[in-house]
Design a binder for this molecule. Sequence first.
Ligand SMILES: NC(=O)c1ccc[n+]([C@@H]2O[C@H](COP(=O)([O-])OP(=O)(O)OC[C@H]3O[C@@H](n4cnc5c(N)ncnc54)[C@H](O)[C@@H]3O)[C@@H](O)[C@H]2O)c1
Length: 435
Amino acid sequence: MKIAVIGLGKLGSCHAAVMAYKGFEVVGADLNQKFVDKINSGIAPVIETGLQNLIDNCDKRLKATTKVSDAVKDSDVIFVIVPTPSDEEGRFSLNYSIDAAESIGEGLKTSTRPYPIVVMTSTVMPGDTGGKFVPAIEKFSGKKLGQHFGACYSPEFIALGSVVRDMLNPDMILIGESDKKSGDIIQSIYEKSCDNKPYFARMNFVNAELTKISVNSYVTTKISYANTLAQICSRIKGANSDTVLEAVGKDSRIGNKYLKGGLAFGGPCFPRDNIAFSKVAEDIGIDSILAKAVDSTNHYHTKFVASMVQQYANGKKKVGILGLSYKPQTPVIDVSPGIALARELLRHGLEVFAYDPMATENAKAVLSELKYCNNSKECIDNSEIIFICTAWPEFSKLKTQEISDKNLVIVDCWRILDNNEWKEYPNLVKLGVGQ
Ligand SMILES: NC(=O)c1ccc[n+]([C@@H]2O[C@H](COP(=O)([O-])OP(=O)(O)OC[C@H]3O[C@@H](n4cnc5c(N)ncnc54)[C@H](O)[C@@H]3O)[C@@H](O)[C@H]2O)c1
């Protein structure tokens, strides 16, 4: 079985490498020559935990090209993982996918395979796989769905920083299918590529498209609930959101995953999938009050955290941000809560210093007003109050002896500092814990 992966970015390069590592012949295609050259030289084109190791161990089964139609022509299954950016209103654009459909159509015209299957993996609006993407493939290839080729919508549920682990061990594989044969083939591929035995959710396109954004919209609701509780506990003496939420999550109707107060949710999926969910409702005359409230709660949470400067360090003007990536183990800063907090603090006229182990260069490109530091010590030494915004392991290992000015207020947003090490420190504030 030969697999093509169209789009070798943050998700596609990992998808291609996992499939090759698990024994499939894989050809990746991307318009970005640098990514293609890197794959062909055995180098990971993006920073992602475990990706290089997969590439090192896939026994030359992974190749890449800039010619999408060539990759498609000799492939049994074609995964499409190109960007679907949000438009100004929050719906996902299919522009890249339609461009890709043109090249895929070219390849299908001369396909050497009896029934190739095109799989849309990118996140799309409900209705778009069957209503726009497949018709574009039919138009550009001159072939008919169900007769000459099959199609599936099969998005991934992964988090950057753990993409490889998440792909190898998913809870669930979602397959929207044009026909049973196509769904069976895609299921058989995932049965081989996963280390575990995930639940296979098989359905039509539109249900799968709805499922994808519904999962993320639900998780953002859960996070916002936890963050609201963290705000409440922060202002009640003796209250501790970790204690309360640990118990709340033990109720089997609720569960503990993602039930932790911290900073606002961010990244390239959660915020925009939740907004898209509300747009789906709006487009058919439904006011999705809950999804909109989750979005506002998330913005309000950043303001709440910023207000801790007045509460704990009133009059102090120099603030440090430790952590600019939206989560640990990635340089990605899309909708990063650390950056959102920095913007909010700058708006209040404060001087903001910042350090991140991986994301500094990306942050400089979008926020030049920050004073970037070369390490956490430099950031700490310049600041009067510090926010630990990303739970990077190196921040959890901070020692009290590294703090020369014991008046420095430290806000531990994720409660990652070691309790024994920090119990005597006079100015430690834990988000979600009333003092
Ligand atoms: N990154 C995530 O955490 C994540 C998680 C779940 C779902 N997704 C979804 O996956 C999709 C891809 O996301 P990503 O983060 O990998 O994007 P990305 O921007 O990192 O990568 C996309 C790649 O597609 C290539 N490309 C664009 N048009 C092309 C074309 N016509 N032919 C060939 N290659 C083309 C680009 O050059 C780029 O390398 C999006 O729909 C996204 O919503 C992403």
